[in-house]
Design a protein around this ligand. Structure first.
Ligand SMILES: [Zn+2]
Length: 226
């Protein structure tokens, strides 16, 4: 067996040792506090960023570009991965997690500015991002470096995903929608691994957000108010 797989199994054995007593109350039921939708990037550890090692606490979805929609015969719909806990486990908080230096956003930016091709499966993912990001590319301030442009589009994409959730009849209005960006590249003020709140229920203005949520005002930060 490849050493990568052997190591995965060894690490699972560590997990088994640590988790023996952690499933007692949730073997047959889950009522997660929140569903989080994060990019799949290997540098962005979805449970760990929330300090979570508690089975049943968070419902975690991941895909490239932290998308909340899928394309169906009847148009774009909120994806089942995100909706499942909202519909079936009484979850009333959805958190969309973008991150600095996102490869999916970079690829979409490249596609919109230079073209380029990808295998069909990746193209499908980028198609969903492209239609959302195209107006954002137009709005970008002139003279930005590529990475500065991408990090602004990361925020823009999180905003569009929140907008998609807000617009959907499948998401009850009682659900709180939060958009954040995870920074491990020293782009935002703060420390590596910090999550910055950029959107709550569609509100994106930093001053408005800080006034409305003073208990988390130090966690509210944006690179780009467009
Ligand atoms: Zn990413």
């Amino acid at each position: 067996m490849r050493p990568e797989v052997t190591e995965l199994l060894q690490r699972n054995s560590d997990h088994v040792r640590q988790f023996q007593s952690r499933f007692d109350d949730i073997q047959d039921v889950q009522l997660p506090e929140a569903v989080t939708v994060c990019c799949s990037d290997s540098r962005v550890l979805q449970d760990q960023m929330w300090g979570n090692d508690e089975p049943g606490r968070l419902f975690t979805c991941s895909n490239i570009g932290n998308r909340v929609v899928q394309r169906s015969d009847s148009g774009d719909v909120v994806s089942g991965d995100v909706l499942y806990p909202v519909v079936h486990t009484q979850t009333e908080v959805i958190v969309v997690v973008g991150h600095t230096g996102c490869g999916a956003i970079t690829a979409t930016y490249e596609r919109l500015t230079n073209g380029g091709s990808e295998p069909a499966g990746i193209s499908h993912c980028l198609d969903l991002l492209t239609s959302d990001l195209e107006p954002g590319v137009e709005l970008l301030p002139a003279g930005l470096s590529r990475s500065a442009a991408v990090n602004r589009l990361v925020e823009y994409n999180v905003d569009r995903q929140i907008e998609r959730l807000e617009a959907s009849d499948d998401v009850p209005s009682a659900v709180t929608l939060v958009g954040v960006v995870y920074d491990f590249q020293d782009v935002y003020p703060g420390r590596r691994g910090e999550v910055h709140v950029i959107n709550v229920d569609g509100e994106t203005a930093v001053d408005e957000l800080r006034d409305a949520h003073p208990e988390i005002d130090s966690r509210i930060e944006r690179l780009w108010e467009y």
